[in-house]
Design a protein around this ligand. Structure first.
Ligand SMILES: Nc1ncnc2c1ncn2[C@@H]1O[C@H](COP(=O)(O)OP(=O)(O)OP(=O)(O)O)[C@@H](O)[C@H]1O
Ligand SMILES: O=C(O)c1ccc[n+]([C@@H]2O[C@H](COP(=O)([O-])O)[C@@H](O)[C@H]2O)c1
Length: 204
């Protein structure tokens, strides 16, 4: 059987336990050989938002995944100029990992928007798509994907849902708590908490 490489992209501003639990569940339920966390340099749908510096978000992800043998961090989008389109990333990873089957991991909220992404047909051509349920997504509606996915691809995605406990943590909440001077202990790994405090991130 081909080795399976999972890809979990995000702004990770900052990375939190929801991302890590999603990653761990993805490794387990999809039998991934490894999972790449890919922080976006310029997330296409957040180009108007003010994000923390890309190198700090990358460093936070590296701190968070350290010690998990299944997890790795890729700086592929940091090194590439322009918006961090997933289609470009998958093309590069296909060259870097020619023997692997690529599986793109997405929160359920993102899967339904996939048709609005840049070159979505290339995304579904190069990778399987695995969706995880987020607490605010009670039902996953795959109907918007029918024109984009082949019946086989849709069937694979529908039968490989990543079941995870509802983790009601978002990066937005963490930034808001920091700005209000409140604790984020236990919402992020301890080294991430220490880094955010030492660098006074998200203080408004
Ligand atoms: N609590 C969570 N449970 C499951 N999936 C999550 C959770 N938080 C984020 N994700 C998923 O992780 C990926 C990266 O998310 P992202 O970096 O945008 O974090 P976020 O918490 O949604 O950020 P923000 O609040 O800034 O929008 C996306 O596919 C998203 O759906
Ligand atoms: O390629 C696209 O058009 C595209 C559009 C929206 C989001 N993405 C990717 O989806 C991941 C999560 O994005 P975000 O904005 O929720 O952090 C991140 O890896 C983005 O680069 C990609």
């Amino acid at each position: 059987m081909r080795q399976r490489l999972g890809i979990l992209g995000g702004s990770f501003d900052p990375i939190h336990l929801g991302h890590l639990i999603l990653g761990e569940r993805a490794v387990e339920s999809l039998s991934l050989d490894r999972l790449l966390f890919v922080p976006a340099s310029i997330p296409p749908h957040k180009q108007d938002e003010h994000l923390s510096a890309a190198d700090q978000r990358l460093e936070l992800v590296q701190l968070a995944v350290a010690g998990n043998p299944n997890f790795e961090v890729s700086d592929i989008e940091m090194k590439r100029g322009g918006p961090s389109y997933t289609a470009d990333t998958l093309e590069a990873l296909t060259e870097d990992f020619p023997k692997h089957e690529l599986v793109l991991i997405l929160g359920a909220d993102m899967v339904m928007n996939l048709p609005t992404w840049h070159r979505p047909e290339q995304i579904v051509r190069l990778a399987r798509i695995a969706a995880a349920r987020r607490p605010d997504t009670t039902r996953i509606d795959f109907s918007s994907l029918e024109g984009l996915f082949s019946p086989d691809q849709l069937d694979w995605t529908a039968s490989n849902l990543i079941e995870m406990p509802a983790i009601g943590i978002s990066s937005t909440e963490i930034r808001e708590r920091c700005a209000a001077g409140r604790s984020i202990r236990y919402l992020v790994p301890a080294p991430v908490d220490s880094y955010i405090r030492a660098h006074e991130l998200y203080r408004g």
